[in-house]
Design a protein around this ligand. Structure first.
Ligand code: GCU
Length: 607
C-alpha cells in the first residue's frame, strides 16, 4: 500500500483561512506515501447545497456540524430523502482539471465536490499528512466527515496533519472545491488563460516517523563557487537531534545537532565540483539523515549573477534562448497531468534550441521543475500577480506573498530556477509600486542567490520604445513584454524602432509574439496565417538583435492554449493562437525562424 517514490516537495504556507495547513514536508515524493490519485466521485453544486443551509449558513459551523455533503450519506432505501449520493455519482480523474474531462464542465466555474474512499491501517507510532499538489482555487477539506481546514490558491501545495484521525480500514476524503473568480484574489477575475478547476495535481497520504526531516536547503552560497550553504529542520517530538548531510561524490559527510526549534544551518567548503548548466545538467545525490528519518534528493549546483548588462551562469556570460510555457497540454486541452505530458513540452522547447523557459504566469507543477533540472533548462518562475490586482487590500497582498513564499520554499533546491518573477504586466501606480516593491523585498529575503524580476510594460514615443517602469530599479533584469507587429505597428515597421531603457541591466524580453491558426496559409500580410506570424518573428528578431543589452527572450508562446478571451469562431474558438506549435502538436512556420535564430545566437557582446 505504502510505496517509496522518487520526486520532491516543499515547505507550505498555503493561504489558509481556518484549520491551518502547516509547513509541509520537503521532498514528499521521496517519502513513504499512499497515493490517492485515480477516479474520485464528483457532484456539481452551483448553489453550494452541500455547504450552506437555505439561510446560507455553513453546515459545518452549525451546532451539530453535520448536514453537508461531507457527511457522505449513502444507501438509498424507501425512507431515505438524501438529495445527493457520491456512490452513484460520476467520476473525475485526479490529478486533472474538471474542464477537460467532461464536455458539460468545459466552461463550468463554481463549486464542485469530490469524494475518495481509501483503506489503510495507520501505525500509532507514526505521523500522517494529507497532501495536495494543487487545487484550484478555494477548497474545504473533510476527512471521515470532520473538517480539516480550508486552502486558497490554485497553484501551490498544502497539507493537513491527520495523525490520529485515520480509521483502521475504511476512510473517506471529501473536498468542496470552488474556482469562482473574485476581484480580490490572486489571480484576480481577468486572465488570458483557462480557469481550470479542481484537483489538478497529486494527492497522497504521507507516513512519517514521530520526529522527521521536515525541510532542508542545500545550495551554493551567494556569489560562491565552493561554499555549500543551507539548513536542515526537524519536526515532531524530538526536535533537537543529530542530523547528517552527505554528498558522496564530493566526499562530503557532515553531522550537526539541531537547536530546540529543530533547525541547524551549515556552510561547507567543497572541493571543485561539476557545475550544473543546460549543456551539462549535473545532479548530485544528496542524503540527509536523522535518528529516525532519511531523505535522498538530486541537486545541481550553479551560480547565477548579473554584471551590468551581462547574465553570468557559473561566471560565464550567457544568452537566454527561451520560450514561454503555460501549464497545459495543448493536445488534451487541460492542465499537464503526468511526467509524460511535461516531458513533451520540454522536449519541444529543446527542439526549438532553448536553454531557458518562462513558466507563466503561476507556480507550475513540481515535477516540471525537477524535469527542467534533469534535461537542462534554465527557468523563470512566476506568481499570478497578473494585470490589475487589488493593490490596497492587505488580504490580497498576504495571498500574493504566500504564493511567492510557497513557490520559493518548494523549489529552493532546484538548480534550473534562476529567476523569481513577482508578476506580469501590472500597471504603474503608486499603490502597485508599493505592493510589488514589498514582493521584491520578500523574495530577496527568502532567497538572495537568484535573480528577481517581473514582466514590465513599455511605453512608446514615435519609433522609440521606452522602458522606464520605476519597479525596474528594484529588479535584476530589464524584462518586459512588447507586442510590436501584433498589438501595435506593422511587422515591417519594426526594424525602425529603437529602445530607450533606463536601466543598466541585462534586457530579457519576457514576451513578444503573434497569432496564427496552424495550417492556415496566405501571403505574409494575411493576419492569422502562418506566413504573417513568421513575418512578425523575422522583424521582431531583427529589431531586438540591434539592442546592445539584449541577453535573452521568451517569446509568447510554445503552444496554442485555451483562453476565454479569444472568441473568433474561425481563427480562435477560445484558443490563444500565439503558439509556435498548434493545439494538434503541429509546428508553425515561425517555429523554424526562432529555431534558426537560436542556432546562431551566442552570448552577445560582453561589457
Ligand atoms: C499578455 C499576457 C499573456 C497573454 C498575451 C496575449 O502579454 O501576459 O498572458 O496571453 O499577452 O495577449 O496573447
Amino acid at each position: 500500500m505504502f510505496r517509496k517514490i522518487i520526486l520532491t516537495l516543499v515547505v507550505i504556507a498555503g493561504f489558509c483561512l481556518r484549520g491551518s495547513a502547516q509547513e509541509t514536508i520537503q521532498h514528499v515524493y521521496g517519502r513513504t506515501v499512499l497515493s490517492l490519485n485515480g477516479p474520485w466521485n464528483y457532484i456539481m453544486d452551483p448553489y453550494q447545497m452541500g455547504y450552506l443551509d437555505y439561510r446560507q449558513k455553513p453546515f459545518d459551523q452549525s451546532t451539530s456540524g453535520k448536514g453537508g455533503f461531507y457527511d457522505n450519506l449513502t444507501g438509498v432505501d424507501k425512507s431515505t430523502k438524501t438529495e445527493y449520493d457520491f456512490t452513484y455519482a460520476p467520476t473525475l480523474e485526479v490529478p486533472g482539471d474538471w474542464n477537460s474531462q467532461e464536455e458539460k464542465l468545459l466552461f463550468y466555474e463554481g463549486t464542485l465536490w469530490y469524494k475518495k474512499d481509501f483503506v489503510m491501517n495507520p501505525d500509532a507510532g507514526k505521523r500522517y499528512f494529507l497532501y495536495f499538489g494543487a487545487v484550484n482555487y478555494e477548497c474545504h477539506v473533510y476527512l471521515n466527515g470532520k473538517k480539516l481546514g480550508v486552502h486558497k490558491g490554485g497553484f501551490t501545495p498544502f497539507q493537513f496533519d491527520v495523525s490520529g484521525k485515520l480509521n483502521p480500514g475504511k476512510n473517506f476524503v471529501v473536498l468542496m472545491t470552488d474556482n469562482t473568480r473574485k476581484r480580490d484574489e490572486i489571480p484576480t477575475i481577468n486572465t488570458d488563460w483557462w480557469n481550470y478547476g479542481g484537483i489538478t495535481r497529486d494527492v497522497m497520504i504521507v507516513e512519517m516517523p514521530q520526529t522527521y526531516i521536515e525541510d532542508y536547503k542545500v545550495q551554493l552560497a551567494k556569489g560562491s563557487k565552493d561554499i555549500i550553504e543551507g539548513f536542515v529542520r526537524l519536526q515532531g517530538t524530538e526536535k533537537s537531534g543529530k542530523v547528517t548531510l552527505e554528498i558522496p561524490e564530493l566526499k562530503i559527510k557532515s553531522s550537526y545537532t539541531t537547536d530546540e526549534d529543530g533547525k541547524v544551518s551549515f556552510r561547507i567548503k567543497t572541493r571543485k565540483m561539476d557545475y550544473w548548466s543546460p549543456e551539462h545538467p549535473k545532479l548530485y545525490d544528496v542524503i540527509v539523515t536523522s535518528t529516525d528519518d532519511k531523505v535522498e534528493d538530486k541537486i545541481g549546483f550553479r551560480t547565477i549573477a548579473t554584471r551590468h548588462q551581462d547574465i553570468l551562469l557559473n561566471d560565464k556570460p550567457i544568452f537566454l534562448k527561451g520560450i514561454s510555457i503555460h501549464d497545459e497540454n495543448p493536445i488534451l486541452g487541460g492542465r499537464l497531468r503526468s511526467e509524460g505530458d511535461m516531458r513533451m513540452m520540454l522536449e519541444w522547447a529543446k527542439e526549438l534550441g532553448c536553454n531557458y523557459i518562462r513558466l507563466a504566469h503561476y507556480t507550475h507543477n513540481e515535477t516540471m521543475l525537477r524535469l527542467a533540472d534533469e534535461v537542462g533548462l534554465l527557468v523563470w518562475a512566476e506568481i499570478p500577480v497578473y494585470w490589475t490586482i487589488s493593490w490596497t487590500n492587505p488580504e490580497t497582498y498576504a495571498n500574493a506573498e504566500n504564493q511567492l513564499t510557497v513557490g520559493i520554499d518548494r523549489d529552493k533546491n532546484r538548480a534550473s530556477i534562476i529567476v523569481w518573477s513577482v508578476g506580469n504586466e501590472t500597471p504603474v501606480t503608486e499603490e502597485r509600486n508599493v505592493f510589488m516593491g514589498h514582493l521584491v523585498d520578500k523574495a530577496r529575503s527568502l532567497d538572495n542567490t537568484r535573480l528577481i524580476a517581473a514582466a514590465l510594460e513599455v511605453e512608446r514615443e514615435g519609433y522609440t520604445i521606452k522602458v522606464e517602469d520605476p519597479l525596474g530599479d528594484k529588479l535584476d533584469l530589464a524584462s518586459f513584454n512588447e507586442y510590436g507587429g501584433w498589438y501595435w505597428s506593422e511587422p515591417k515597421e519594426l526594424p525602425k524602432y529603437t529602445f530607450d531603457i533606463r536601466f543598466d541591466k541585462p534586457v530579457v524580453i519576457s514576451e513578444f509574439g503573434a497569432g496564427a491558426l496552424g495550417g492556415f496559409h496566405g501571403d505574409e500580410d494575411t493576419v492569422w496565417s502562418e506566413e504573417h506570424q513568421e513575418l512578425v518573428y523575422i522583424n521582431q528578431l531583427e529589431m531586438l538583435d540591434k539592442m546592445e543589452a539584449l541577453r535573452g527572450m521568451t517569446p509568447w508562446i510554445l503552444t496554442d492554449f485555451r483562453s476565454p478571451r479569444r472568441q473568433h469562431p474561425v481563427y480562435q474558438d477560445f484558443w490563444n493562437r500565439k503558439g509556435l506549435i498548434s493545439n494538434t502538436g503541429k509546428k508553425k512556420k515561425a517555429f523554424y525562424i526562432l529555431q534558426e535564430y537560436y542556432k546562431n545566437k551566442t552570448a552577445g557582446k560582453q561589457r
